[in-house]
Design a protein around this ligand. Sequence first.
Ligand code: NAI
Ligand SMILES: N[C@@H](CC=O)C(=O)O
Ligand code: NA
Length: 440
Amino acid sequence: MKPIKVGLLGIGTVGSGTFNVLKRNQAEIKGRAGRAIEIAMVADLNVARAKELTNGECEVVSDGNLVVTNPDIDIVIELIGGYGVAKDLVMKAIANGKHVVTANKALLATHGTEIFKAAQEKGVMVAFEAAVAGGIPIIKALREGLTANRIEWVAGIINGTTNFILSEMRDKGLDFDVVLKEAQRLGYAEADPTFDIEGVDAAHKATIMSAIAFGIPVQFDKAHVEGITKLQATDIRYAEQLGYRIKLLGITKRTKVNGRDGIELRVHPTLIPAKRLIANVEGAMNAVLVQGDAVGATLYYGKGAGSEPTASAVIADLVDITRLATADPGNRVPHLAFQPESMSDTPVLPMSEITTSYYLRMQVADQPGVLADITRILADSTISIDAMLQKEPAEGETKADIIILTHQTQEKNIVTAIQKIESLDTVVGHVSKIRLEQLS
Ligand SMILES: NC(=O)C1=CN([C@@H]2O[C@H](COP(=O)(O)OP(=O)(O)OC[C@H]3O[C@@H](n4cnc5c(N)ncnc54)[C@H](O)[C@@H]3O)[C@@H](O)[C@H]2O)C=CC1
Ligand SMILES: N[C@@H](CC=O)C(=O)O
Ligand code: NA
């Protein structure tokens, strides 16, 4: 059989990993796919570097349009990133009848509906295993391996850069900026690293998982997005003393509010019991915990970023397409796990309606009655306390720290209670609030 011809858009961190792994493991990959998979053409703005990386083994151009319109190309891999040129080239590739593989979660989380519709109409596949949790086959697990289940929730450490920053800061006491630079050097960070540290990248990935888990359209604009930039070392320390770790989690779950179905979709720093496996995922590693009604909890762990780990997922998609390209579109695995006519319109809920537990830290005047005032406000908002820690003021200081862990409540209750607590004369400044999940 003739080799399947691939056009590669962007030969940076992931593109070069893809080129190298495909070459190194070509015999095994051919054995699995049933056909040789050959990168025939590469487009990159940096032509000189692309030529050096490909060593004369394929045609190199600077304009991606030449790849997506080339009649000899069967599959286009988009590894440029962003939603500008990348979207344009992906849409053109689909219009030209090419299957597409992409690692671009930003593109799919924001324009996925349009892209999948175009692909469905044209009868081509858009595969995106690398877009969520890099090398971990989480898309395959959610879309195929767990297909018998009603998925209840998904919670994951899905940004390697921020997990690396949190781990290095805690273990080595290094500064935020120093660790971020190292994550950039290692190729983990996005082109714009604020996407990592402000939680945007994790929210892109959580958005894609919510669509696959619950059969809803991709709706990044409805996601609650909070990164790690406001996290304080004090909170990481107190959380540890209470038996918890703080991780940036992407969470999506089914819920009911006043009898109506809804979907929670949120990214924020989260306290997790230190004894949970996922609480011990360190460095740039990713892990995704999925709760299905039949299977129970399953945990997927591995490298979520980096050149070859991400290439591993890109190539898995190439093999899938090579195997399935001849099946008619109605008989293929649907892009978002559910057939287009079976998608649900269950709404993604506003943050005020989500339910979780909370860690609260406040600084108070060290005088009688303060604690009673705070617990009364919580009780009035029907928030019950799970644990409490009071730190006596240091020598010569007059302010004490109070840390409270609450049982589950709705976000709007905690927001109201915090406003009341902050208005007490005895409470200094703002109350720090971090959400807490038992994940069991
Ligand atoms: N780096 C990682 O660990 C991971 C990255 N991703 C995603 O993979 C994609 C690629 O990421 P990286 O390889 O890290 O980026 P990169 O910045 O290392 O590579 C992008 C490449 O595209 C080229 N390029 C930029 N504009 C172009 C244009 N208009 N035409 C042709 N080439 C152009 C650049 O010269 C560069 O070589 C992004 O969507 C990213 O979010 C996904 C998972 C992990
Ligand atoms: N910037 C991302 C790369 C993979 O998606 C991360 O740090 O996880
Ligand atoms: Na993946």
